[in-house]
Design a binder for this molecule. Structure first.
Ligand code: ADP
Ligand code: ZN
Length: 749
């Protein structure tokens, strides 16, 4: 009998791998420890997720080469959570655990080379020559550096011997050298870690006396925390209702009860303000710790271990922080729980909110999901009694919700015959704000200058070379850009298809709306907030800071504007077009539109000043726009729920989007047919399988894509079916990466 370790490795396979811990490491390699193991000529860092006794010959199993941790990186609860993510989302188990672990800063990969027998012979030949070229001299220097066959020398050292990368590559091709990748431990500098919550806050965190609605909600959550029980509270509070105060009170209660707290927010930018507020309120002892993927590796690792060792008791972070190694978890808060950014679009395609619920269940923690516009899924769960609904129906201080006016663009066009993005009504309202010295936010939910470039002669749009999507024009860069794969090219003067010179640009993006505003209001101070104008956290903070300080009159931008911000002098929010999302072939189009309108309307009138909202639209009668304008969540929910129920979409069915992809369209089509053969018979068990059909993005990054939608009345049926289907695909020799499964997709693009 020997003791085997199951190790999860960061490779795209749905299995773990078996290793044995050699004598000296036998007791060190416990569950949750990170280990270095050999894998296909490489050294990989994985994590031990199970140990078991087995009757096997020791020499048939490969050995762990190093144990990185003295205490397990992952707790038993986190290992269980990782296994849940892997099975629920059908994700490669090792990639799930890689997403859970801190960045590996303890070891670094080094490329090592050794000389082959052929290499030894070659260098003898070279040495026998009377005269040698420069290149041959360099080869002798490199190959002569090895004293015997087995010796391994780091590639970096060999490169310094002359000849550089090119020479080494040539010797590898010739078979004179052999490469392998090994891992070297770094001497770890002790990192003193207190808290990485930004320290430049001014302690102006007033403790508000809660109003009765806030108090009622907080009391309910406190009772759950005191009971130490898993329970999900859906905190449905209109914009400006003071949800943050409820979160703060609940976190205080969790800490007072000796527990820890996890707070998830949908965007990195929102971790700043919240962590500062928490630190001011809870003090340094709480060790408020920020975790997100944009932190430098060393800082992220230090922060992660501070939490692991118990110094950080409150974690504020984005999606991946759901795996923060807190122990004694008493409370989980998910702010803006409906946000699409909680869903990871790369493998593993988990939803941070749903993983948070499972985690809280595993650890007996209370949960608060907060939102002004809960997802259909969460609200339906509250309806069914699975979640407890807590409501904050009014704004704090009896401030009224903003007045929303719909501007019918069809009517404006009939009247003015102008096709400008900023209609007459909106321009007049902006002018009023400028005259009165208050501020306005202008939302245009498209990046770039023009949506695309079109040929008047043949009607073709200029498309991406790698994706079936029209390129977006960015004027300042002077290029057409793909928002999916980043391919770019100059805007052509003649049509690439028919060579006629009748190219024109269609549709206004944020860059163009900013330009129009500057032309219309030359004296106004105007800023822009989108992914093209702000690329770093500093730029982001700078522009928001300038707006908050009153140094800007108008701020134009994409949905980055709509989230979370609490500006007190904004008296107008203008929405350039409410319709952009509605045209997409996606069952969440109406929900997205409603959420965006409600959120953006929530940015107006948050201080003492009254706020107006103007929404330009071609479809003023659409229910998402109507309900968004009235900020009437229930009306929207009822209507949308009818549609989802009738169409068997979530929350009334479990949904998976399955994409079959390959560079060769023949392969993609063949595999899709095979998968259709596998999934088809499952319809007898109650599943609905739509497809294969061309995916909405039929080509992406050079790959052809076919799509299936799988709808199931029951979750377990969906998981079982897809698991079996993937196994069958593997048996048929369809490559692992060719079939992409997205369980609970947030978008079908
Ligand atoms: P929400 O997240 O629900 O939109 P916030 O939590 O941002 O709302 O609160 C809106 C504003 O109201 C903030 O400026 C906050 O400081 C303030 N606030 C919260 N609770 C109270 C209260 N009980 N009395 C007065 N002001 C409050
Ligand atoms: Zn592209």
């Amino acid at each position: 009998m020997i003791e085997l370790c199951e190790v999860a490795l960061p490779v795209p396979l749905r299995t773990t791998f078996t290793y044995v811990a050699p004598g000296s490491l036998a007791s060190a390699a416990a569950n949750g420890m990170r280990v270095v193991v050999p894998f296909r000529n490489r050294a990989l860092v994985g994590v031990v997720v199970a140990r078991a006794q087995a009757e096997t010959r020791r020499d048939s199993v490969r050995e762990i080469s190093e144990v990185l941790d003295r205490e397990p990186a992952l707790t038993a609860a986190l290992i269980a959570l990782g296994r849940w993510v892997a099975s629920y989302y059908l994700a490669p188990v090792g990639e799930v655990f890689r997403a859970m672990l801190p960045p590996v800063v303890e070891v670094r990969a080094v490329q090592e080379l050794s000389r082959t027998a052929a290499g030894a012979e070659y260098v003898r030949e070279l040495e026998a020559l009377e005269e040698r070229t420069d290149e041959e001299r360099a080869e002798v220097a490199v190959l002569g550096a090895f004293s015997n066959e087995g010796e391994a020398i780091r590639a970096a050292r060999l490169r310094r011997l002359g000849g550089g990368e090119g020479l080494i590559a040539r010797l590898l091709r010739r078979g004179a050298l052999e490469a392998r990748v090994g891992a070297r431990r770094r001497t770890r500098a002790a990192v003193e870690f207190e808290s990485n919550a930004p320290a430049e806050w001014s302690p102006d965190a007033p403790r508000h006396a809660l109003n009765s609605e806030q108090r009622g909600a907080l009391d309910a959550v406190r009772a759950d925390i005191a009971a130490g029980e898993f329970r999900v509270n859906l905190l449905h509070g209109v914009t400006g209702s003071g949800k943050t105060e409820v979160y703060l009170g609940a976190i205080e209660a969790a800490l007072a009860a000796g527990g820890t707290a996890l707070v998830l927010v949908p965007e990195i930018a929102l971790t700043m303000a919240l962590s500062r507020l928490l630190e001011a309120r809870l003090g340094r002892e709480a060790g408020v710790t920020v975790l997100h993927s944009a932190l430098p590796d060393a800082e992220r690792s230090a922060a992660w271990w501070a939490v692991r060792r118990g110094a950080g008791r409150v974690v504020v972070g984005t999606r991946s922080a759901v795996f923060a190694p807190l122990e004694g978890l008493g409370l989980v808060v998910v702010d803006e729980e409906q946000e699409a950014s909680y869903k990871q679009e790369e493998t593993p395609k988990y939803n941070g909110r749903d993983a948070a619920l499972v985690r809280a269940k595993l650890e007996g923690a209370a949960v608060v999901l907060g939102s002004a516009t809960p997802s259909l899924e969460s609200y339906q769960n509250a309806r069914r009694g699975k979640f407890r609904l807590l409501e904050l129906p009014t704004r704090v201080g009896e401030r009224p919700l903003a007045q929303v006016e719909l501007v019918d663009l069809r009517e404006e066009f009939r009247r003015t015959h102008s096709t400008r993005a900023l209609g007459e009504r909106l321009r007049a309202s902006i002018a009023e704000r400028l005259a009165s010295g208050t501020q306005a936010l202008i939302l245009i939910n498209r990046r770039g200058y023009s949506w695309f470039q079109l040929c008047r002669s043949c009607g073709a749009a200029v498309e991406c070379r790698n994706c079936s999507i029209a390129l977006t024009y960015h004027k300042r860069r002077g290029r057409l850009v793909c928002h999916y794969c980043a391919y770019s090219r100059p805007a052509p003067t003649a049509c690439p298809k028919c060579s006629q010179k009748y190219m024109y640009f269609v549709g206004e993006g944020a860059e163009q709306v900013e330009e129009q505003l500057r032309a219309e209001f030359p004296r106004a101070r105007i800023g822009r907030l989108d992914r093209d104008s702000v690329r770093t956290q500093q730029e982001y903070r700078k522009i928001l800071g300038a707006f908050a300080a009153g140094e800007l009159d108008l701020l134009v931008g994409t949905q980055m504007l709509a989230k979370g911000h609490d500006f007190h002098r904004v008296t107008l929010v203008g929405v350039v077009s409410a319709d952009l999302a509605l045209g997409l072939p996606d069952f969440r189009a109406a929900e997205r539109t409603f959420q965006l309108l409600t959120q953006v309307a929530g940015r107006a009138g948050r201080g003492e000043l009254h706020g107006d909202v103007l929404i330009q639209t071609h479809y003023p009668e659409h229910y998402a726009i109507q309900a968004g304008a009235r900020q009437d969540y229930l009306a929207f929910f009822e209507k949308e729920a009818q549609f989802r129920r009738a169409m068997h979409y979530p929350p009334f069915a479990a949904l998976a989007n399955v994409i079959v992809r390959d560079r060769s369209i023949e392969n993609a089509a063949k595999w899709a047919r095979q998968l259709a053969g596998i999934l088809g018979p499952e319809e007898e068990r109650g599943l609905k399988v739509l497809g294969p059909a061309a995916a909405p993005l039929a080509r992406l990054r050079g790959e052809h894509r076919l799509q299936f939608l799988v709808k199931s009345p029951r979750r377990t049926l969906l998981t079982q079916t897809l698991t079996r289907a993937l196994d069958r695909c593997a048996e048929k020799g369809i490559p692992e990466g060719a079939v992409l499964v997205d369980v609970d997709p947030v978008g079908l693009m």
